[in-house]
Design a protein around this ligand. Structure first.
Ligand SMILES: [Ca+2]
Ligand SMILES: [Ca+2]
Ligand SMILES: [Ca+2]
Ligand SMILES: [Ca+2]
Length: 390
């Protein structure tokens, strides 16, 4: 029998049957991804006269897949943004590749490239979903760029890669931090209002409004309104005149607050020492002293101790005593530091019944004294004594 003719029922004829042998050859490239199967009919014709022929039943040619397609990533490059506080396991982005082959030749396995130990992202090998593998911290790393590979399971396998970039966006997860644990300052009590005392400063590791810091005494302690803090600079200023004799030390409490939502705030202690100014004269315990001394008391007897107090501090409160009037002839001696009044002569009741003091009297007993502040301060208080002398 001799085969004379070939016919096929596919639309594009890609095979031929050689006459005489009946061998079926491929005459143009096959592509499993285009046509997986061909269905042919073959006519056999003899060489007689007239020739006789017959047509075969359907001949099916199955095209077998080979791994001739590499995976192709779609919609590259891959870019995503993720908040820094998402939980571990959070799905960030889906990287997807397609492979035109079938079976293992088209079954893809995804892996991350260029990622070392501790890398905070992982990929689901089969789905291509990139997930958070460990906690993110924008303040440590705010941008990741790495590669992803898709490899089919053909033999030999084919692979392709794409780049992925992930931006970590900020969450207000850091409270402001003061540069010091606490602050100390000092200021003289007589400075005018709005005098600057000290400056506090805090930083915040977050970005944008989450990291923008302002300062306030609100919710803290501003010394009953004696101090203000400038919200942007952190400068602490007096708000009115101070009085060391009233409040010598302030323990203030300020806050640094960021502008995140919700805001985070950090307190800080501020100690302000009010420095003394000599703004108080010495004050005698009493306006008048009546001192009774027996007439036959020995010379050198301490007849009285004159005391005054001064609410100021340090040398501003050190008092010296001095008789300023009435001690003529010199009957008494006043110790400049102790205020002890000593009789220098016999006191004779019969000769001096009484001595009265005062600016208008020529003779005073006991004599008026002054209390002087040390360091040559002005005479600030006079003592005018009057009364009977026994
Ligand atoms: Ca393939
Ligand atoms: Ca913050
Ligand atoms: Ca943050
Ligand atoms: Ca004072």
């Amino acid at each position: 029998m001799r085969v004379l003719c070939v016919s096929c029922v596919c639309c594009v004829c890609i095979t031929r049957v050689l006459c005489h042998t009946g061998a079926l050859d491929v005459v143009s490239p096959l592509d499993y991804e285009v046509s997986k199967e061909f269905t042919l009919r073959i006519r056999a014709q003899d060489g007689g006269r007239p020739p006789l022929s017959n047509i075969s039943g359907l001949v099916t040619v199955q095209v077998l897949d080979v791994n001739d397609n590499a995976p192709i990533f779609v919609s590259t490059p891959f870019q995503a943004t993720v908040l820094e506080n998402v939980p571990v396991g959070y799905s960030v982005i889906h990287v997807q590749a397609i492979d035109a082959d079938s079976g293992d030749n088209g079954r893809l396995v995804y892996t991350l490239l260029e990622t070392g130990a501790g890398f905070p992202f992982a990929i689901n090998n089969s789905t291509g979903w990139i997930v958070v593998a460990s906690e993110l911290d924008r303040e440590a790393v705010d941008f990741y760029s790495f590669g992803v590979e898709a490899q089919d399971q053909g033999s030999p396998p084919m692979a392709s890669s794409a780049s992925v970039s992930i931006l970590v966006s900020d969450v207000n997860d850091n409270a402001p931090q003061f540069l010091r644990d606490s602050y100390q300052g000092s200021v003289y009590e007589d400075v005018p209002a709005f005098t600057s005392v000290l400056q506090v400063s805090a930083t915040d590791r977050d970005s944008g409004l989450n990291g923008r810091v302002f300062y306030t005494f609100q919710g803290g302690d501003d010394g009953d309104g004696d101090f203000i803090i400038e919200s942007t600079s952190g400068i602490v200023r007096t708000l009115r005149r101070l009085d060391r004799e009233n409040v010598p030390l302030y323990s203030l409490r300020a806050f640094a607050v960021d502008k995140g939502v919700p805001a985070k705030r950090t307190p800080v202690e501020i100690q302000v020492t009010v420095l003394d100014v000599n703004d108080n004269p010495p004050v005698f315990e009493r306006d008048e002293f009546d001192i009774f001394v027996e007439e036959n008391s020995p010379i050198g007897l301490v007849v009285a101790r004159i005391t005054a107090t001064d609410p100021d501090e340090g040398t501003n409160a050190q008092i010296m005593y001095q008789i300023v009037e009435g001690n003529i002839p010199e009957v008494f001696q006043l110790d400049i530091f102790s205020g002890e009044l000593t009789a220098l002569a016999d006191l004779d009741y019969e000769s001096k019944m009484e001595a009265v003091g005062g600016p208008s009297t020529p003779f005073a007993f006991p004599p008026p004294a002054t209390a002087l502040e040390c360091l040559g301060g002005p005479v600030t208080q006079c003592w005018g004594g009057s009364g009977p002398c026994s």
